[in-house]
Design a protein around this ligand. Sequence first.
Ligand SMILES: [Zn+2]
Length: 96
Amino acid sequence: MATITGTDPLFPSFGHDDEVDHGTPFVAVSSWHKSLTVKRVMAAAERQMFGTDNPGFCTACGHEQDGCEPDARNYECESCGEPSVYGASELLMEIV
Ligand SMILES: [Zn+2]
């Protein structure tokens, strides 16, 4: 009789453990708006790092918002009004 302990196959791993302690609860990647893809976030984060843009994304509606600091959190979305806008770099850290 085998005892199953340790790894739980029910929880998909995103490559790292949830040891994130940023103070504010972060919206889980799986519950981001469908239009908010890894590709979009990565492209935006690159622009943020190498350009003058400061894009951020709303995790509630997927709206791309300019004028966000890289580590922006819980900014108000100018599209849907939810305090769910995060800087592109901040979001990228949740993905990688
Ligand atoms: Zn929004």
